[in-house]
Design a protein around this ligand. Sequence first.
Ligand code: NAD
Length: 496
Amino acid sequence: MTLKLSHFIAGEFYEGHPIRVAPIINPSTESVIKEVVYGSAKDVDHATKAAADAFPEWAATPPAARAKVLMKWRVLIEQHLDQLADVIGAEHGKSKVEAIGSITRGTDVLEYACGIPSSLMGDYSANVGRQIDSYSMRQPLGVVAAITPFNFPAMIPLWICSVAIACGNTVVLKPSERNPSCAILLAELAIKAGLPKGVFNVVHGAKETVNALLEHPTIQAISFVGQTATAEYIQKTAIANGKRVQAFGGAKNHALVMPDIDLESTTDAILGAAYGSTGERCMAISAVIAVGDTVADQLIEQLTPKIKALKIGCYTEGAMEMGPLITQEHKQKVLAYIEAGVTQGAKLVVDGRSSSIPDKGYFLGGCLFDQVTPQMSIYREEIFGPVLVVMRVRSYEEGLSLINQHQYANGVAIFTRDGDTARDFCARVQVGMVGVNVPIPVPVGYHSFGGWKRSNFADHGMHGMEGVRFFTKLKTITSRWPSGIRQGVDFSLPTL
Ligand code: NAD
């Protein structure tokens, strides 16, 4: 019998009143691993109520005491790394190394959240007026919801939820319906760590369940990560329902490759960033802008055999480097882009469609396009697969201008040995996260993550102080202790 994955509400499994039950498919084998219930509005209401009931006590818990629970949660996650990585491998297809790496980047933020007492420290000004002092405090919002994508089943829920919880909020997480088991494991470990029941709840489902969260009057804020079209919808709907919202969307991340690069290390950096996790990373490098034909030719020459040699396979094969795409539907979408690239006149240097791949599973070999132009859909749009496009420009300025015109602006990297050029690039590039000879510049937990333009519909980034600002309300107190001196009535706006 197929195992059915239920919601996890107030520390217990809860089947509720599902809209439907859908299969969870192992993308490496195409077999059904489990089934998952899709929560109805009633189920969302149940989860929200549990979170609302837990809120007053959790908000009143001293931040240092909250941090102690988070520390235990972090230790438990570390102790269950293998189990979590296997669950990610089975439902997503990531290699064990990649899965463990992604969980570790998630616990980095959990570690940041353990320092919440200092992040919540307010400002204090004595004597802002005679006998008047002023100070600020950051208070939690209440019940908040996180809606997360398939590509990082542990990391992104941890990025959002650990900061939200540390700030004193209670959370309803709606993980991707493609790989929801990891979120349940994380929630179970949180309970083991001593997190009070109802502080962290998980409901499953897709659009209808998300709509119920967006419309629920108790939910104060929505933190979303996913495709740009969904992010735009989430932002508009959440605002229409009076909620605070941050919605992170898709990407097309460029690498600007200057003629003075160290060829070998740049090739390796681009290879890992373009094809790691099968290109299903919002910070994957998917477009190389080569300055000059010489460096373009050299790079392509170096990349070609390495792409052809990528080890493609199931996460259980220790040596594999590239797993499957997430679904058959997504594979068809990526194949359609490859076809469009060929039709539109780009040169397909490496055709991953003819790579040797396992019989079953949504595998696809790495693809490399050269002679790509800005009008082509393989350049304009996010493919989210193992497809790298190379464009040739004559100058640094031309490359910078191309990058700055793109609709997406999540991450970018420049490869050069020239400090002057790199410095100018950092100042003028219109992108949220910039790498200098660092291919995937994902900020560490105590800095903040967030792109610009159509990669991000949010005023605050994820984690670091930006995360704390998003998940708290600022209150400023002005207080007077008059020592028995009468001030008299004053109808004017108080001044010094
Ligand atoms: P998705 O937008 O399909 O799904 C994300 C979440 O939204 C899921 O929980 C899903 O159930 C829900 N959802 C999907 N369609 C919906 C709809 N119409 N209405 C309401 N909710 C809906 O994204 P995905 O395919 O799971 O993830 C891949 C995308 O996420 C890529 O575009 C990638 O670039 C992006 N991503 C962005 C970041 C970032 O920080 N900018 C990080 C990771 C992934």
